[in-house]
Design a protein around this ligand. Structure first.
Ligand code: GCO
Length: 483
């Protein structure tokens, strides 16, 4: 069953848009240039105007859960400084801003009526963006589940899927007249596995069976939410889900490593892609997890809901995933379900401040793989970027050449995918601002814009000035010998 529809008026890449000089690559004329954030990472104001706690408020208040005891209580204070931040976006020339709505701000407790003050904030944000000529790209769920819903079972409970669909309808009814790009979930892989299996993210549970229930209820919530969005949104709205798909590579070509890569591809990627686009869970993933569960929580009709047609797929990419056969004796967190006999290998070469490998071929390979399997599916790169330890220098600037090179090489890779026929509609840098990097707190800086957390002062990094030029030229330069 093909569940993807192609809609909207944007056109795909046109051959011949490539070079305006030997080393300059140009993007399609309507390419969407953006930057992304997420509510809990930037908004702060965690108790303002009727917002109730989310699982991330609870988790970050748990001793030892987040580096240095940091929390998102203040974050970058975007809730109060959004006007200044929209001005920064204008300086960059952004065509689009990807943000998320905080469920416990919009619908406190995850049930009942809309919070007028919460709605008013997103109204002002969306109106401000539109006035600045910036397309709002809204994500409904970037991990801040209302704590009350977690207390009732969180994503292990089927009712959470229903609650999510109701919330999606409430947001769409209020903002659907102005927001064109809608994503349901951001990275359900993280919500399910880091939240419920390894315990590295909120709600911090370590229960592999719970994580598989969460996979299904997140996907069911997505499908129900898509139906509810469709009921409220105009026909030209673009609906999507955002996946952090892994570009999985075997450490070597031994049969055992190739098998490990196939298994990881199943548990990381196909467990989401197959139900979303083919209406079924992959048989090898069901087999690899059969010792944990019979997946009896999947009810008749659920998979038709999960496979509700969407208009776009959002892909977040940071680094390739290299795997080998054999358990990792030094692993700090429990293995993901079905992956107890697999280990993750650090590839050689440069890394970011997260320790993540810098390898742009992973992005082009991933885009090509998705395009091969789902040729009619338009794609947005909804996150790509790098953390480096940035400081404001004596000259008042933030010099971040490593980030510029990371972004440049990944844009060249994205362009390579376009040239090969991938229907890539846009690219969003993670992130607009330095912000609360989940379990790493404020210790990792991903922003184009530096934030001094003691004063909330914003400083455009060199990469921000560089990205502004990319956007204004609608193009990027290759390095000597790169292509
Ligand atoms: C994710 C989230 C972002 C992160 C970013 C860097 O991918 O984990 O979508 O919220 O901050 O990816 O880790």
């Amino acid at each position: 069953m093909s569940s993807v529809t192609r809609s909207g008026t944007a056109t795909g890449p046109t051959p011949g848009h490539h070079a305006d000089s030997e080393r300059s690559l140009r993007f399609p004329p309507d390419f969407l240039w953006g930057a992304a954030t997420a509510a809990y990472q930037v908004e702060g104001a965690s108790t303002a105007d009727g917002r109730t706690p989310s699982i991330w408020d609870t988790f970050s208040a748990t001793p030892g859960a987040v580096a240095c005891g940091h929390t998102g209580a203040e974050a970058t204070d975007h809730y109060h400084r959004y006007e200044q931040d929209i001005k920064l976006m204008s300086e960059l020339g952004l065509g689009a801003y990807r943000f998320s709505v905080a469920w416990p701000r919009f619908q406190p407790g995850g049930r009942g009526p809309v919070n007028p003050a919460g709605l008013a904030f997103y109204d002002r944000l969306v109106d401000g963006l539109l006035q600045a000529g910036i397309e709002p790209a809204l994500t409904l769920y970037h991990w801040d589940l209302p704590q009350e819903l977690e207390d009732a079972g969180g994503w292990t409970a089927r009712d959470t899927s229903e609650r999510f669909a109701e919330y999606a309808g409430l947001v769409a009814a209020r903002l659907g007249d102005r927001v064109r790009y809608w994503s349901t979930l951001n990275e359900p892989w993280c919500s399910a596995y880091l939240g419920y299996a390894t315990g590295e993210h909120a709600p911090g549970r370590r229960d592999p069976i719970a994580s598989l229930r969460a996979v299904h209820h997140l996907l069911l919530g997505h499908g129900l939410a898509i139906r509810s969005l469709r009921a409220h949104l105009p026909a030209n709205a673009q609906t999507s889900i955002v996946l952090n798909l892994a570009q999985v590579r075997p450490a070597d070509d031994s049969a055992a490593d190739v098998e490990a890569a196939r298994l990881v591809d199943g548990v990381y990627n196909r467990v989401f892609l197959s139900p979303l686009f083919h209406g079924e869970y992959p048989a090898d993933v069901l087999a690899a997890t059969a010792h944990l569960t019979d997946w009896g929580f999947v009810r008749d009709g659920d998979l038709d809901v999960v496979a509700s047609p969407i208009d776009l797929l959002g892909i977040n990419y940071y680094q390739p995933t290299v795997v080998a056969a054999g358990a990792d004796p030094d692993a700090e967190a429990p293995a993901l379900p079905g992956l107890q006999d697999v280990r993750f290998v650090q590839p050689p070469g440069p890394v970011t401040d997260m320790g993540w490998a810098v390898d742009a071929t992973g992005l082009s390979d991933l885009l090509l793989r998705v395009h091969r399997e789902l040729p009619d599916l338009p794609i947005l790169v909804t996150e790509n970027g790098a953390a480096y330890p940035d400081d404001v220098c004596a000259d008042g600037a933030v010099h971040d050449p490593d980030r510029i090179e990371y972004l440049r090489s990944h844009l060249v890779a994205a362009h390579r995918a376009l040239t090969a026929g991938v229907d890539l509609r846009g690219y969003f840098v993670w992130s607009l601002l330095d912000n609360f990097e989940w379990a790493f707190g404020y210790t990792k800086r991903f922003g184009l814009v530096h934030v001094d957390y003691s004063t909330q002062r914003r400083t455009l990094k060199d990469s921000a000035h560089w990205y502004a030029k990319v956007i204004s030229r609608n193009g990027v330069d290759t390095a000597p010998g790169e292509r």
